[in-house]
Design a protein around this ligand. Sequence first.
Ligand code: AMP
Ligand code: MG
Length: 340
Amino acid sequence: MITRIRPLDDDALDEAARLIRGGSLVAFPTETVYGLGADALNDEAVKSIFAAKNRAADNPLIVHICRYEQTFIYATERPFYRELALRFWPGPLTMILPAANALIAPSVRCGLATIAFRSPSAAGARALIERSGRPIAAPSANLSGRPSPTTAAHVYEDMNGRVPLILDGGPCAVGIESTVLDLTGEIPVILRPGIVTAEQLRAVTGEVRIHPAALAQLAAGEKAASPGMKYKHYAPRARVTVVSGRRRVETLQSLYDQTANAVLLVSAATAARLRGKIELCGNGDAASAAHELFSALRRCDELGCEQIFAEGYDASDEGLGVMNRLLRAAAFDHIDTDQL
Ligand code: AMP
Ligand code: MG
């Protein structure tokens, strides 16, 4: 299969919408990361997403819609759903609702009784949903296990030959995937932290729990609330070690000095205090780190380094989403200098 990249314009959107309606895949930009989309009502099309990504068959997909009322066709409403949709949609929040029927293709939810929905804010994503006239199932447009793509070039790196069309809408604004919030229980639970924070959600719902798997490895044999929790994620080819806490700068320097073929992945503020091979990731705050994290991990790979020492963040607010991605990229290899 030949993979074409087209700038996201009117004509390219028309072609993309035709492809989606015809059961093909299209990679497209959202405000979080690039998605690999298919008609969520067409099971064969959805299955081809799993094949193109090498995605585990039990890891369900998020269904993208434009208006919150569209979920009522497929799912049952839950407390706070409307309030959250009115406050955070369109935007980087995914909400999990009980499935009401089998209209959404079975491969989307992989046998679960629930469906994850999101209404993206990126204009190109919205236009693709509108023009195709379908809910669009889309995971991130990377090979499973690799850092999520935040540019069309990243998608091409992983998906060349696996998808007919990549819509290029430039770099993604947010840079990490949506916050995933499970609304099916009594208290809403964050299954995957993102740029919409627990505090922001609590302002609407009162209570919100954060699933322990946000920052820790599942225990052997523990059942994953969200199947994505149990897979290796976001990993560059090099080994990654996360170093956080008040003495991170000295620790990063000494680890770097003792390791052959290493690179430091740090903010611009921290870089000014370090010597060595450096890849920049953000200017010191967690939101800017989120924006650059996945492309910075890919750049580290291009350097051909074997070990990345990455600066960690306080695991609160937006930092929680960044630490969730970093710790998974590091397979939970983490030095917290406040605990030494
Ligand atoms: P991705 O689109 O690649 O960012 O992955 C979507 C994430 O949402 C994965 O971690 C999935 O496991 C999770 N997810 C999707 N649908 C559900 C669902 N019905 N219940 C729990 N988690 C879900
Ligand atoms: Mg993904």
